[in-house]
Design a protein. Structure first.
Length: 236
């Protein structure tokens, strides 16, 4: 026996004052499915969270596997950074991009490079025969696109790190990821789509430096960014 057409419409909502109330219909009063109906949205939400967490962990694993970091300390900082940023309010935006991180010790601090990869280019790289032979990977960025879209490969180069200062290292990573979005038209477009109207209006008015800092804070790494600035000031 199937459920009623209205099954799942019974929901608990949180009011602005913090209280919780149940949204229901008049016919819910005498419904024998009311308990299951109330649990159903929560079950769907739990399943979505589990799926999102699996997707996040798979992509983090791919990033770590394909990046090249010389120092274990910087690698540990990157792992913590990725776990936190994918759980941030803008974490969903990151799934439209593939970030790779490379450590190449030089005199400079860090830099980044964004490369748009179209669907046509992916087909050329993979080959039509190879593509049909390979199983679909739902966690791969080029599988998470519409029929018209591709994805963006964003390469972050670290030319310096800060031994025994993990906060500064994470601040450096956060700064480059934010700057990769802030300095790129497609990156800004992706960010704006995830913001409220007021936040989007605010971001559009900022210059590159202020926009980068705003994104660092929105990602949840302002303290780490301040630790980076303090470290750089100490070095002068």
């Amino acid at each position: 026996m199937g459920h009623k057409d209205c099954f799942g419409s019974l929901k608990e909502v949180t009011l602005p004052d913090g209280r919780t109330m149940t949204q229901s219909r008049p016919e819910c009063r005498n419904c024998g499915e009311i308990r299951d109906c109330l649990r159903y949205p929560k079950q769907l939400a739990d399943e979505k969270r589990e799926k999102d967490e699996l997707r996040k962990q798979n992509l983090i694993t791919q990033i770590i596997d394909h990046s090249n970091l010389i120092s274990n300390e910087l690698g540990s900082c990157l792992l913590k950074f990725l776990s936190r940023i994918y759980s941030s309010s803008l974490g969903a935006v990151l799934f439209k991009n593939l970030f790779l991180f490379f450590e190449i010790p030089q005199k400079a601090l860090s830099s980044n490079l964004s490369i748009p990869i179209s669907r046509t280019m992916m087909d050329l790289l993979r080959g039509e025969k190879d593509q049909s032979a390979l199983p679909p990977n739902p966690y791969s960025p080029h599988q998470q696109r519409t029929s018209e879209e591709g994805f963006t490969l964003r390469i972050i180069l670290f030319e310096q790190s800060f031994p025994k200062n993990p906060e500064a290292n994470m601040g450096m990573i956060a700064h480059e990821v934010a700057r990769a979005f802030a300095s790129n038209e497609l990156g800004i477009k992706q960010i704006l789509q995830a913001l409220s109207e007021s936040e989007a209006s605010q971001l559009k008015k900022l210059d590159l430096k202020a926009r980068t800092r705003w994104l660092v804070e929105k990602f949840g790494f302002l303290d780490e960014f301040n630790a980076l600035k303090k470290e750089l000031t100490t070095q002068k």
